[in-house]
Design a protein around this ligand. Sequence first.
Ligand code: NDP
Length: 420
Amino acid sequence: MSRVLVIGCGGVAQVAIQKIAMVSEVFEEMMIASRTISKCDAVKAKIEATNSKTKVTTATVDADNVEELTALIKDYEPDLVLNVALPYQDLTIMDACLAAGVHYVDTANYEPEDTEDPEWRAIYEKRCKDLGFSAYFDYSWQWAYQKKFEDAGLTALLGTGFDPGVTSVFVAYAKKHYFDTIDTIDILDCNGGDHGYAFATNFNPEINLREVSAPGSYMENGKWIEIPAMSIHRTYNFEGVGEKDMYLLHHEEIEALGRNLPEVKRIRFFMTFGQSYLDHMRCLEDVGMLSTEPINFNGQEIVPIQFLTALLPDPASLGPRTKGKTNIGCIFTGKKDGVEKKLYIYNVCDHQECYKEVGSQAISYTTGVPAMIGTLLVANGTWRKPGVFTTDEFDPDPYMEALNKYGLPWKVEENPVLVD
Ligand code: NDP
């Protein structure tokens, strides 16, 4: 029996919370804590209207404030904390977990809110030069907690969403059951959903737009190769969706997989985008609306990307409007018993089915369900070891079983069409 504290109550959190409440046999109690308590109370009421036996309480917390958060954790005494707030809060929440002696789980690696902070900037610029990729997010900040979590005998499970998260479990599963050596990995993230807006993002707009407007990069023979944003384009025919344009992006699981599986010669990540999304993004970028640097407007300081976020539809509101399917998975090439092999492991998820089950679109669903699964495996001790780990560093089998059981069934296809 476990007690879990969930931090954040946005699009992803609302799915993870409802899924946690469906596993009352493990999660006896749950606290939902976020900045806006009314959102937490609304989800609590939704759960109480079901037959869930999980006892839910709510609280207000500013997760940027380590003292406040530590006090809340010490008072509630959870076994673990699920961070589904924003990547900006990863380090403060890890600090609070260490101070209070509880396990930590999240879905995205650390990224600073203020990318102009000179102290952070100096470290970032050195990393860009040393490693060769310029994304604002990277694992070094959280990997630096390895010894602290090890010494405390606590587990920190990083990035248990779909990508990162499930995609890295697919890699571990392919390696365990299908390959002696993996040569290449292509991670393909296709959203065939249509929400009817000319422009909207499926998860937090600020995080999403920062990610997709950044230069792309991939790993080849252990080295990063960086390319201008959206400059590598392919088309692929996705089951359940059809043919889609996709673009090579930098993505965080490449960094962890590159470190943990050095045998892999090339790791790439592709995401599909429609022309309307790309046109809007380019235009917004050209006029400076994606900037994170504050500007003075009529005597008030505003951050352009935050102002834009306030104008765009809340991703949590896209659920009833979004129709179509997502298809996310990994294509592998490599060898088994000396024979060349190709394999594709993927999940197809339907936006409207997700909406029927939990009132959310499939992007929140495909992230929130794995967030619950990672939390479950740490809570019940299946994935517990002292230190800081990504999802490729545990036995994939229980996670893969849980995906089938909790709403994200996967398929294995031998000899798929490769991406050139
Ligand atoms: P939302 O913006 O919808 O929700 C974020 C939530 O965090 C809000 O409830 C917000 O509170 C809360 N929050 C923000 N700052 C604080 C703070 N200082 N203290 C307490 N609570 C805070 O984001 P999403 O649900 O779309 O994304 C959640 C996470 O999931 C992000 O880290 C994102 O990167 C990650 N993600 C991972 C994916 C994967 O596949 N691995 C895919 C998609 C997302 P309030 O409502 O009051 O503003």
